[in-house]
Write a protein that binds this ligand. Sequence first.
Ligand code: NAP
Ligand code: GLV
Length: 324
Amino acid sequence: MKPRVLVTRHVYPAAVAILQEDCIADYRDTYDVMDEAALVKRLRLAKGVVCQLTDPLTAAVIEQCPELRVISQVAVGHDNIDVAAATARKIVVTNTPGVLTEATADLTFALLLAAARRLPTAERFLRDGKWQRWDVDLLCGHDVHERTLGIVGFGRIGQAVARRARGFSMRVLYSSRTPAAPEVEQELGAQRVPLDLLLKQSDYVSLHVPLREETRHMIGVEQLCQMKRSAFLINTSRGPVVDENALVAALEEGLIAGAGLDVFEHEPRVHPGLLEHPGVVLLPHVGSAVTSVRSLMCALAARDCAAVLRGERPQHPVNPEVLG
Ligand code: NAP
Ligand code: GLV
């Protein structure tokens, strides 16, 4: 009998067609998010799940789904999945790296430019009918070209952002646990420095680390105090990497100039202090939101899910140790 796979939420249709070749797809074609109890109820008899970053694949859920053999996430970040619990049960976890790297780097740069040059404020000013004439100091912002960009987490997306910064003649610093290869540093003109030096020297600090226990609140009061008063914090990684209360306080006290945020600590709720602050540009987690990219992500997750259930090696295992 074909194995049963739960697709937790709406996906691009090609993904469902891929699954249907080898599996029975239990497709929830809805945008609603299931809580843990609803997820367990629907997942209990499934061998696979194609899930999204909104789905709580916790240890408790995994424990109550004895048939589960593969969890395929339609995203590169997988902090909603308890990978340790899955690994303990020999459940393969897969994700979708690579296909979204350039789109997310584009969005990061758009956010940086929008924050620096106050684009949302300027557009609102025009739409509100407030534009009367050209004034010498109307809606002035900050330079981007030839400024210093500090990249925290120098993986696929961090490096793609550095590549864009070259076009703006920016000085690029990065901080990471592992140094990049010398040829990568040379090609991107990037210099590895400790985080505190990066925070002190950068005009723009852009976050690209995954959310893990060690990166939760990596940017808090102490780190924000080290940044320049004229600096901007850009976050397209995960909300909890930043202590949002500390960020709001830093913005209110003028410890930093502004921020560009695509992700939030308690998505989709946004801290009122961020909503109110004019120096902050806010986006609803759209880093990879390009139709072709999202479609590829869905297809990749479906293909890897089906591959595991056929007994084949998936393209992007997060916990390859369970594959033997
Ligand atoms: P990646 O290639 O794995 O890069 C992450 C980098 O962070 C790695 O180089 C890793 O290197 C480094 N890192 C991990 N822990 C660190 C720490 N404590 N300090 C400094 N560096 C650390 O992942 P990616 O594809 O670039 O994606 C990065 C993240 O972006 C994802 O995990 C996801 O959360 C987020 N994302 C968001 C969107 C969006 O829509 N906003 C879209 C795509 C991705 P070491 O392990 O060697 O330190
Ligand atoms: C999106 O946030 C992702 O991690 O792919």
